[in-house]
Design a protein around this ligand. Structure first.
Ligand SMILES: Cc1cc2nc3c(=O)[nH]c(=O)nc-3n(C[C@H](O)[C@H](O)[C@H](O)COP(=O)(O)OP(=O)(O)OC[C@H]3O[C@@H](n4cnc5c(N)ncnc54)[C@H](O)[C@@H]3O)c2cc1C
Length: 361
């Protein structure tokens, strides 16, 4: 237990890593939020706010031995982390997992969990009152949101807009085709190959009119921007030798190092080592990172540890359209409603993450 490991950010990467090292190292998790935010359930929570009771999970049951410091990290150097109140957390190894932000009401502004709760309630009321709903962006969040609204509020006129010509164009084509068919059957209008030229907010739903590439105008009672996450990379940007990639992410080498500091690692959404910004990617990074940190504690050199290999084009993706429907790519084949619902759609991994955080599930 002699190694001191500081983990910055208690999202999917930070929380699970902290827990997995809790018995073998002196872990300090630095996290300003009072609650873990389980993002896959935040989409359905727009149609069913009662889910928030299990989607926003207090941190107090996560660690048995290590400590959680409720604070924002403001700086990193070779010997530790400086918090925003100038307190120091000394560490032998530092893992930066500051993640990413997304639109309202999917992720909080900073540490504001009460604000996220209030945003969810307000936007749920706006959605209930809306007749027509436009969703801009047909990645997993936009597509799932369309499916959730069509399932839970079947009277609404839902339109899903994407600048790509197909859904999920980087995945095997059968995935996009199958989701498009299911959404159309559920009454969702798909406008593909069309950019919204005048999106007024990238972060906040609003009522308004969208002008598309073909010049057509579409009025909506509520428009949800769903155009992707942006990494929280400020902390890493201050280090020597960092290089930015897209969506504000910071490049890491094959040993997950973002800078010239050999004992600073970065993983999850903030780090670009070749994986997408997903929990699925993190599920692959976690065992490597845990083994590397334990190896270092046992006196191995990092270069003696096999480098991390990202998913490549075999990364699975599960896209539920409400609790019963959906399609998934499971690495080698496309699964339909049954498996998508069983693996993700029904429970949205709520039980798994409540257990991880020491709750009943
Ligand atoms: C609505 C939605 C649904 C999603 N659904 C899925 C899904 O079904 N499957 C999937 O694979 N992926 C999904 N994703 C993507 C997934 O949420 C992210 O990949 C994941 O959250 C990344 O985890 P992370 O640990 O890197 O960062 P995050 O989960 O973003 O956590 C980062 C943490 O760092 C903290 N932090 C930030 N700055 C500091 C600082 N300076 N000091 C200390 N702490 C700090 C934050 O407070 C936060 O708790 C979804 C994303 C969204 C928005």
């Amino acid at each position: 237990m002699s190694q001191k490991i500081a983990i910055i950010g208690g999202g999917y990467l930070g929380s699970e890593l902290a827990k997995s090292l809790d018995e073998v190292a002196q872990v300090t998790l630095i996290e300003p939020r009072s609650h873990f935010v389980h993002s896959p359930a935040m989409i359905r929570a727009v149609v069913d706010p009662s889910l928030l009771d299990r989607a926003l999970i207090p941190y107090d049951g996560l660690l048995k031995n290590g400590r959680i410091v409720v604070a924002k990290a403001a700086g990193i150097d070779a010997t530790g982390v400086t918090l925003d109140d100038r307190t120091r957390v000394e560490a032998d190894q530092i893992v930066v997992a500051t993640g990413s932000g997304n639109a309202m009401p999917f992720k909080p502004h900073g540490a504001d969990i009460a604000g996220l709760w209030a945003d969810n309630q307000r936007i749920h009321q706006q959605l209930k009152a809306a007749q027509s709903v436009g969703i801009v962006g047909a990645g997993a969040v936009g597509t799932e949101l369309a499916g959730e609204i069509a399932h839970a509020m079947p009277g609404k006129k839902v339109t899903l807009i994407s600048s790509d010509d197909t859904l999920f164009p980087t995945m095997p084509p059968k995935l996009g085709r199958s989701l498009a068919k299911k959404l159309s059957k559920a009454g969702v209008t798909l406008l593909l190959g069309q950019r919204a030229e005048n999106l007024e907010s990238m972060t906040e739903p609003y009522a308004g009119s969208l002008e598309l590439t073909d010049g057509s105008q579409h009025d909506f009672d509520l428009i949800f921007p769903a155009i992707g996450s942006r990494a929280n990379s400020e902390l890493l940007e201050a280090l020597n030798g960092v290089e930015k990639s897209n969506a504000n992410r910071i490049k890491v080498d094959p040993w997950m190092r973002p800078s010239t500091l050999p004992n600073v690692f970065a993983a999850g959404d903030v780090a670009d080592g070749g994986d997408a910004m997903t929990i699925v990617a993190i599920s692959r990074q976690l065992p490597w990172l845990k083994a590397a940190l334990i190896g270092l504690a046992q006196g191995k050199t990092l270069e003696g540890i096999k480098p991390y290999k990202p998913w490549g084009n075999r990364a699975p993706i599960l896209v539920p359209l409400g609790p019963k429907l959906g399609s998934s790519f499971l690495g080698v084949f496309i699964a339909g409603n049954f498996l998508t619902s069983r693996i993700k759609g029904k429970d949205l991994f709520l039980t798994k993450y409540n257990k991880l955080l020491g709750r009943k599930g």
